[in-house]
Design a protein around this ligand. Structure first.
Ligand code: NDP
Ligand code: MG
Length: 380
């Protein structure tokens, strides 16, 4: 399949798995971007020969230029470079796999060029879902989910002729490493404990979000925007095995689910090849050895971040941007060992209390809400 993909965040967990898919499916890399990991970028550039390589960090870009001096690859840096990668004329698809709301501007830029967006960077939709989806409609850009739950919903909606027949979207949630624990037991957990996810190997920020269950809250808001459904039509079920990646319940009580081994390469590939399916590198699922499949209700008292996210989802407006900005700042503090695990939720709650919510916000108001939420977390 001949396709040219720009990957924003190619050195990360999703970025590297996307390159596996590209290699296995005979696609090409148009541009690759990273933050500071010049050594890994050099390897990727030598293997995939993109037209453009971008390092967010200026020093890393200077290092990369030296490393790639014997190649024709152009090296750019900073937000300007990221925007150039997002808009590159020779790419038909932009896969957004940077972490955090830093992905918002490049995603918007790619949409305005009418690119297909393979969206992993969920923070973008949580902050500015309404504006992003409106812009995609106006510019005729398709947004296809990479997140496994949203890909499962997308796949389970493929046969649906009338969205009015959908009763509910059901997001599955592994429960993370602390499933079944009480708040008291979570008091002393360390960065190392929280970085152990039972089923998935991911970047540090999303691994912490999976331990607090904030990840499921962000995914709840992501689903509202992607599928244009109100919060009361989405529910969450704990499914420890991560085999059913999510389900759609229809009005006749039928449910359609998507199953697969916990392997991100399948949803990544589907976002790139849709509406076709092709042979790819994802692991097969052996039904007879994946064990019994279990389901349970999430514990919103212990996992307060999920409760806060569900409240923000119902509030709407800039509540998503406040929630996300506060969470990004609080997770960074936790990863630097400056606050405890349970304090992540405390700081997010404080920001949601302090920063006023604006309905129907402009992009400027969203960016201001994000900034105010980060300041509230840092000044607590
Ligand atoms: P990683 O931390 O593994 O990778 C992040 C990537 O973004 C790296 O290439 C990194 O470069 C780059 N990056 C980090 N900070 C910046 C910055 N300030 N400016 C520009 N580039 C930056 O993250 P993941 O791959 O785990 O996650 C990426 C996104 O996908 C997140 O939004 C996450 O929520 C989402 N996602 C991830 C899943 C997973 O399985 N990992 C599943 C579903 C969604 P460098 O290497 O140089 O630091
Ligand atoms: Mg997910």
């Amino acid at each position: 399949m001949s396709k040219r993909i720009s990957i924003l965040g190619s050195t990360g967990s999703i970025g590297r798995q996307s390159l596996d898919v590209i290699a296995a499916c005979g696609m090409e890399a148009a541009a690759l971007t990273a933050n500071s990991n010049a050594a890994r970028m050099e390897e990727q550039v030598r293997q995939f020969k993109p037209e453009l390589a971008v390092m967010m960090d200026e020093r890393a870009a200077a290092d990369l230029r030296i490393r790639l001096a014997d190649t024709p690859v152009r090296v750019a840096s900073g937000m300007e470079g990221l925007l150039e990668a997002a808009e590159l004329p020779s790419a038909d698809t932009v896969l957004t796999a940077v972490v955090g709301m830093i992905g918002l501007r490049p995603t918007m830029a790619a949409i305005r060029e009418g690119k297909r967006i393979a969206l992993a960077n969920k923070e973008t939709l949580v902050c500015a879902g309404q504006l992003v989806m409106e812009e995609a409609r106006d510019f005729g850009a398709e947004i296809l989910p990479v997140d496994s739950e949203h890909s499962a919903l997308f796949q389970s909606l493929q046969g649906c002729r009338d969205r009015g027949e959908v009763r509910r979207l059901i997001l599955t949630c592994s429960g993370g490493p602390f499933f079944g624990k009480t708040r008291t037991e979570l008091q002393g957990v360390t960065r190392k404990d929280a970085l152990q996810h039972p089923n998935w190997s991911m970047g540090a920020k999303i691994t912490i979000d999976s331990a607090t269950l904030m990840n499921k809250g962000l995914e709840f808001i992501e689903a509202m925007h992607l599928y244009q459904v109100p919060p009361e039509k989405i529910s969450i079920v704990i499914h420890r095995e991560s085999i059913i990646h999510s389900l759609v319940e229809y009005c006749d009580n039928g449910m359609i689910a998507q199953l697969g081994a916990p392997d991100m390469r399948l949803p990544i590939q589907y976002a790139l090849t849709w509406p076709r399916r092709t042979v790819g590198p994802a692991d097969p699922l052996d039904l007879c050895s994946c064990g019994p499949l279990t389901f349970a209700q999430p514990d919103l008292d212990t996992f307060r971040c999920l409760d806060l996210a569900l409240k923000a989802a119902r509030t709407g407006g800039t509540a998503g941007a406040i929630l996300n900005g506060a969470n990004e700042a609080a997770v960074a503090l936790f990863l630097e060992d400056r606050i405890g695990f349970l304090e992540i939720a405390d700081r997010v709650a404080l920001a949601l209390d302090r920063v006023p919510v604006i309905q129907e916000p402009s992009m400027t108001q969203i960016l201001e809400a994000d900034q105010a939420a980060r300041e509230a977390v840092l000044s607590a």
